[in-house]
Ligand binder design. Structure first.
Ligand code: NAI
Ligand code: NA
Length: 398
């Protein structure tokens, strides 16, 4: 079929398999261009492996360190007449490239929050890899069915104490307007968001993997967090999602205790704000990202998800020398985003930003481009008028 982007708000309903494959190829090329990661991971489980930071982590491990990878995600397969989701096509392309490079790669498509998918993953590790030496936890989801209680938790993106009003942008039209987001009315909103995006499920994974004996001596595990600038604090770090991130970060000592007898260690890495399917859903943040991109590109310090994850692996997690952590024990690869000169310039642009000057003072074009590329669109190499086969299997799944 002819596959073109079709959007509804911050969601793109279509995805292009050849474009997704190009996106994966570009990321692989980048990782290869940086050379091998010294003493990198060899057997890696990535939970949330199909898009965003997760696929970039998987590519960094596989093509930066020749790692065997198992990826867990929740995507819609491609079938006759029905497009698969972007993460499905990403994975199809990743597995194909991995196979061609002689690298083990298998995937599991299902609800990572469930006990069943955890057990399925454990069986696969036992059968094919024996143990894993790195577990990346990169889930982002609007909801979670709790495996012990059966309760369905839905996360919300809200401030906590008072209404928050600031600028936001519709990145399709470039219209900048004020938005007011009312605070949570019920403590439940906070608890539900923590249940979905906090650290409990990460801990459940590590408990189950440990109990099954599939974690190698010296195993590492990493989950991703975000802090960002003060201007997004009310909606992000001091909002419901921030409470979930506090909870995720507070899970580190408990996981370290679980791993102590096998000399394992857990980390939270604070990553840079980037265009992903998850971040485009957060009000205010897309305007911040488009100003941030402008400033960071001008300074020559812009990074995308693949640059971030390659650097996390090569210069933090597997950097042999002392790992620099912040005062709360976190890895920081948002260091360039948070640089004072960067933040100062973004704050000045923020005050000025209007619909009229947006194209000029921000990198809204770059934002849009990244957004469409998440779904395999906007690649020069791809002919989008061409009839394309929508049925692309993930080799290990079908
Ligand atoms: P994403 O939306 O691109 O990736 C989410 C992944 O989780 C996908 O692989 C998806 O298939 C998987 N997933 C979702 N629900 C699932 C389920 N029930 N079962 C199995 N897999 C499921 O999101 P992104 O942005 O890469 O986020 C990953 C982590 O990075 C999150 O913790 C996020 O908060 C964090 N982060 C994101 C930043 C950003 O600017 N995008 C900045 C810093 C941290
Ligand atoms: Na991810």
């Amino acid at each position: 079929m002819i596959i073109q982007p079709r959007t509804r708000g911050f969601i793109c309903l279509t995805a292009h398999p050849d474009g997704a494959a190009q996106h994966i190829k570009n990321q692989i090329e980048y990782v290869k261009s940086k050379g091998k990661i010294a003493d990198g991971p060899k057997k890696v489980l990535v939970i949330g492996a199909s898009t965003g930071f997760g696929i970039a982590s998987r590519i960094s491990a596989a093509f930066g360190s020749d790692a065997a990878t198992i990826g867990v995600f929740f995507e819609k397969p491609a079938t006759e007449g029905k497009l698969g989701t972007a993460g499905w096509y990403n994975t199809a392309a990743f597995e194909k490239e991995a196979q061609a490079a002689g690298l083990y790669a298998k995937s599991i498509n299902g609800d990572a929050f469930s006990d069943e998918i955890k057990q399925q993953t454990i069986e696969l590790i036992k059968k094919d890899l024996g143990q894993v030496d790195l577990v990346v936890y990169s889930l982002a989801s609007p909801r979670r069915t709790h495996p012990k209680t059966g309760v369905q938790h839905a996360s919300v993106l809200k401030p906590i104490e008072k209404p928050f009003t600031d600028k936001t942008v519709d990145f399709h039209t470039g219209v900048v307007s004020d938005i007011t987001i009312n605070p949570v009315e019920l403590e439940d909103d906070i608890n539900n968001t923590v249940a979905v995006m906090g650290g409990e499920d990460w801990k459940f994974w590590i408990e189950d993997l440990k109990a099954a004996g599939v974690l190698a001596e010296g195993v590492k595990t990493v989950a991703y967090s975000y802090i960002g600038p003060e201007l997004t604090y009310p909606i992000y770090r001091n909002g419901t999602i921030g409470r979930a991130k506090d909870n995720l970060e507070a899970t580190v000592p408990a996981i370290n205790a679980l791993l102590a007898d096998i000399n394992g260690v857990s980390y939270v890495s604070v990553n840079k704000a980037l265009v992903t399917q998850s971040s485009s859903a957060i009000p205010v943040v897309p305007l911040y990202i488009s100003l941030l991109y402008k400033v960071m590109k001008e300074k020559g310090i812009h990074e995308g998800t693949i640059e971030q994850m390659q650097r996390l692996f090569a210069e933090r997690l597997y950097n042999n020398s002392d790992l620099q952590l912040d005062e709360k024990g976190r890895i920081r690869v948002d260091d360039l985003e948070m640089r004072e000169d960067v933040q100062q310039e973004v704050a000045e642009l923020w005050k000025k930003a209007t619909t009229e000057n947006l194209e000029e003072i921000s990198d809204i074009q770059g934002y849009r481009n990244d957004f469409f590329q998440l779904f395999g669109f906007n690649f020069d190499e791809i002919d989008y008028e061409k009839d394309t086969n929508e049925v692309v299997p993930v080799p290990s799944i079908g």
